[in-house]
Design a protein around this ligand. Structure first.
Ligand code: 5BU
Length: 279
């Protein structure tokens, strides 16, 4: 326990954690979180380009990251992602395509670089299931690393009954550790600081970012197995770094409310971070 506590980076500011990362996207993210005082990632799961951009214009100032599922957009064209990249520069947020790659290295390298969406050309960050083994990282890295992109491994999920638990989670952590020196994998999708829970073999200067979906202030879940916790539970109690919020923000019918909700989540997440780092 004591070595675990001494190497924990949870009490440090985001900025103070930059030296522990070699991935360019991770460094940029950590810096802009403190600059904009936000650990909010808004998940914009809408099916029309105009709507997606409108939500992003409303929430962009409040968040450090916008998460997409680009394959749900019905009227997709490359101009959508061009505009998204422009907004990410103007409003200073990172783009995270939640693609959840899950195939052999060669296939994921094609899915990441090519096809309709050419994800690597515009998305700063993406994620992958560890299930195929280390080759998934090698494949994605061959495309993403030269472009300074970053990768998150799915070590846990928020949905009820998911199988990413226990030994599976431990092995996901081990896989990320094996690739840490390559500077492409910089964190996990997880519900807590999984690398500190499985700390055997951790280097003293190890740091991974934890990005966490399943965050809601008003409801506890949905009818399809999603489970929500509050920003305080996620950031303060579980030591995660980024809250990912979808329907709690873009689900509001009144457009003005979308902006108000984004600020509400930003403020709750930031308050919890300040309390955590003050300890
Ligand atoms: P919600 O509307 O806040 O429930 O949306 C959550 C988003 O996070 C949605 O895009 C999911 O695909 C994504 N997600 C998740 O909810 N849980 C997980 O374990 C992972 C991703 Br991984």
């Amino acid at each position: 326990m004591s070595s675990q506590a001494s190497s924990s980076k949870a009490g440090l500011s985001y900025t103070d954690r930059i030296p522990f990362h070699s991935n360019a996207a991770a460094k940029q993210l950590l810096a802009l979180m403190d600059k904009k005082q936000t650990n909010l990632c808004v998940s914009v799961d809408v099916t029309k380009s105009d709507e997606l951009l409108e939500v992003v214009r409303r929430v962009g100032k409040s968040c450090c990251m916008v998460k997409t599922h680009i394959d749900v957009v019905e009227d997709y064209s490359h101009s959508l992602v061009e505009e998204l990249v422009k907004l990410s520069e103007e409003l200073e947020f990172m783009i995270f395509e939640d693609r959840k790659f899950a195939d052999i290295g060669n296939t994921v390298s094609l899915q990441y670089s090519s096809g309709v969406h050419k994800i690597a050309s515009w998305s700063h960050i993406t994620n992958a299931h560890p299930i195929p083994g280390d080759g998934i990282i090698t494949g994605l890295s061959s495309v993403g690393k030269p472009l300074d992109r970053g990768l998150l491994l799915l070590a846990e999920m928020s949905s009820k009954g998911n199988l990413a638990t226990g030994e599976y989670t431990r092995q996901a952590v081990e896989m990320a550790r094996r690739h840490r020196d390559e500077g492409f994998v910089f964190g996990f999708i997880a519900m807590k600081r999984v690398h500190e829970e499985h700390s055997a073999g951790a280097a003293e200067d190890e740091d991974f970012m934890i990005l966490t979906p399943g965050v809601g202030l008003d409801v506890k879940g949905d009818k399809m197995g999603q489970q929500y916790r509050t920003p305080k539970e996620v950031i303060l109690d579980s030591g995660c770094d980024v809250i990912i919020v979808g329907r709690g923000i873009y689900g509001k019918t009144d457009e003005q409310e979308v902006k108000v909700e984004a600020e509400r989540y930003r403020s709750e997440g930031w308050k919890a971070y300040l309390e955590r780092t003050r300890k």
